[in-house]
Design a protein around this ligand. Structure first.
Ligand code: PNS
Length: 162
């Protein structure tokens, strides 16, 4: 049985993330979306909000589960017995940032292989931070996030407040 963890902040999950999950579902028996709980960061959405938003949009895939983790990804991946860590790549600069992390994670846990999944071209410009900026100024989010995530973003920025 192959188990991949797909870690991230997911603040919020985007169509780019879902595109990576759809690809990972084809490669692995189980995919665990692992939401980072980082108490030193102030996300827009709480950990519980992010997890329930993700659960709603991944419910179409029976082999996808949603969990949270704190601390080192390599330790979490070891503890759950993951064969792979999935990371999406939108650009060469993503790769430059991701490769040192993959090497360091491999040093700490060589049983989980980092698998880079190239984003589909139509999602290469989408990031959670850009989505939040657009939402803050009531801009269009068509094709960037699922409808339920757009509603959650609009509710956060109601009245034009950050
Ligand atoms: O969605 P993001 O913010 O790009 O995800 C980054 C994430 C969560 C994968 C990365 O920050 C991470 O693995 N954090 C856990 C702490 C850790 O293991 N750091 C060492 C990496 S070599």
């Amino acid at each position: 049985m192959t188990l991949a963890v797909y870690p991230g902040s997911f603040d919020p999950i985007t169509n780019g993330h879902l595109d990576v999950i759809a690809k990972a579902v084809r490669l692995f028996d189980e995919v665990r979306v692992a939401v980072l709980h980082n108490p030193s960061k102030q996300p827009l959405f709480s950990l519980d909000e992010r997890m329930s938003m993700i659960r709603e949009v991944v419910s179409v895939w029976p082999t996808v589960k949603v969990e949270s983790f704190r601390g080192l990804l390599a330790v979490y991946a070891h503890d759950v017995g993951a064969n792979a860590v999935v990371r999406g790549l939108r650009s060469v600069s993503d790769f430059e940032a991701e490769l040192p992390m993959a090497h360091m994670n491999q040093r700490m846990n060589d049983s989980a292989v980092t698998v880079f999944v190239p984003s589909s071209l139509q999602y290469a410009d989408i990031s959670s931070s850009l989505v939040k900026q657009i939402a803050m100024y009531q801009g269009p989010l068509t094709d960037c996030v699922p409808a339920s995530i757009e509603r959650a973003l609009r509710a956060k920025y109601v009245g034009g407040n950050a």
